[in-house]
Design a protein around this ligand. Structure first.
Ligand SMILES: [Fe+2]
Ligand SMILES: [Fe+2]
Length: 278
């Protein structure tokens, strides 16, 4: 099921002969970011099965999740995996991913979903806001042309995913009539999870395959987080993130505009404070 007017892309069409490895091979921070993103994207198959089960009987949601969303998320993971393997061929991606999948897969279950179908769509909007803005941030940062091509494709997909989940939230919420407070609560919960375990688990398994069972894991993790913080401060689209988060919330446009400016400022301050805390 491909949306009208949308031109699909394929990993097979990415021209890896254009790769300029020298522009990226020494970028440790980018290595961990791309390896971690490839793990999480490929593992999205687990969430999809949970989600499809949650929307059984709602063909619009269930069919789109199965036929479009799952396929595109897997392609994101496969493209990032192919890129990591092309730039860092000595890295044993398969061994690292199997360690990550075994540990992280245990954390993915139906109990992570919102019991309300509308609010789970709100939660999906938060996740897709995270991926849309992350890939836009990386696209802005990246210099290597093949990576830029892959990231341009992925970030466009993520924005479309967000738009679909937003529409599904609004439709489902006509019946459920959840208010702004319930929607804001979901945003808050999911925002807290962004600093949760998946990033550390992915880093740990990538680090293990790259450096062996090393005592430097915790020190390197802190170094990576510091580097990430600097990248986010410089390249992250804070305003876009706040606009996307607030857009589905059942509030007036005036209220969203009033909240948008201070929330963008707060998000920037939170990143600075978090950076200072390391
Ligand atoms: Fe994705
Ligand atoms: Fe997505």
């Amino acid at each position: 099921m491909i949306e009208k007017g949308h031109k699909n892309w394929r990993l097979e069409d990415i021209d890896f002969s254009m790769l300029r490895r020298e522009l990226v091979v020494n970028d440790e921070r980018l290595f961990y970011l791309l390896a971690s993103a490839s793990f999480v994207e490929i593992l999205s198959e687990i969430y999809t099965d949970n989600l499809i089960e949650h929307y059984r009987g709602n063909d619009d949601a269930a069919l789109w999740l199965k036929q479009t969303w799952q396929r595109e998320e897997l392609q994101h993971g496969r493209s990032l995996k192919a890129y990591v393997k092309a730039v860092w061929p000595e890295f044993d991606w398969e061994a690292s991913f199997s360690g990550f999948a075994a540990e992280y897969g245990l954390l993915c279950s139906m109990s992570n979903l919102e019991s309300s179908r509308a609010l789970e769509m709100m939660a999906r909007c938060v996740v897709e806001t995270g991926t849309s803005t992350l890939y836009r941030c990386l696209y802005d940062y990246a210099k290597e042309p093949v990576l830029k091509h892959i990231l341009a494709n992925i970030k466009a997909d993520e924005v479309r995913h967000y738009a679909k989940f937003r529409r599904l939230f609004i439709e489902l919420n006509h019946a459920e009539n959840k208010g702004a407070l319930a929607a804001l609560h979901v945003i808050w919960k999911r925002m807290l999870e962004i600093h949760g375990e998946d990033g550390y688990i992915a880093f740990k398994h990538a680090h293990r395959c790259r450096c062996g069972a090393s005592e430097s894991l915790d020190r390197d993790w802190i170094g990576f987080k510091n580097g990430l913080n600097a990248l986010v401060r410089r390249h992250y689209p804070f305003h876009m993130a706040v606009e996307m988060l607030l857009s589905p919330v059942p509030l007036s446009s005036r209220m969203k505009r009033m909240l948008g400016f201070p929330l963008t400022g707060l998000a920037r301050i939170a990143v600075i404070i978090q950076g200072a805390a390391f």
